[in-house]
Design a binder for this molecule. Sequence first.
Ligand SMILES: [Zn+2]
Length: 229
Amino acid sequence: MTGAYTVVERPSPNFDAREPDVPVDILVLHYTGMSSGEAALARLTDIEHQVSAHYIVEEDGRVYQLVDEAHRAWHAGVSYWRGHRNINARSVGIELVNPGHEYGYRPFPEIQMLVLEALALDILSRHPIPSRNVVGHSDVAPTRKEDPGELFDWRSLAAKGIGLWPERAARGSANVMDALSYIGYDTTDYARALAAFQRRFRPSDIHGVADPDTLCWLQGLVEVCDAAR
Ligand SMILES: [Zn+2]
């Protein structure tokens, strides 16, 4: 099985212009959270809903492009990462078809992941997106969003050069707030930010409490971020 893919155009009216001086330096991954891929395509191309993404990847590996990467798609909403608030302005957004927590969350099929990897590598080749800025919707909107969720395999993605994956540090992080802020999270709601971190990097227990194991993973990610600068 390979991640070779073809892109089918399915234009959405839900986009506007990027600002000229803002780099495209973030990649945001989502799940659609709807009953089917077709339902998600309908919603993301409906002018009434005012939402979109640049791409949708179906569970069988089909890829639809809704918005040109040169334009701003409307996928992240109210969001924050590493000091920036308008994440749509500086990101490419990919939606993975999955029913999500509301409609029967399930694993992402291998073919969907392989195609995502190929698509993401192509996007990374076109824009100055550092590894630290490959994120989930839940990372940039931890109080509102859970996607792509705890079943998403960030580790294998990082092994292909897409995003970061930490080693678990031997000693835990000394200051959780500082660590989360440094990684990029909005820590206004500290427990939700920590839960977003757990959902992505230590998904065995997502409770927003700084247990010793979480602190070791947090410290591990800080060290990987240091090295990736
Ligand atoms: Zn999302």
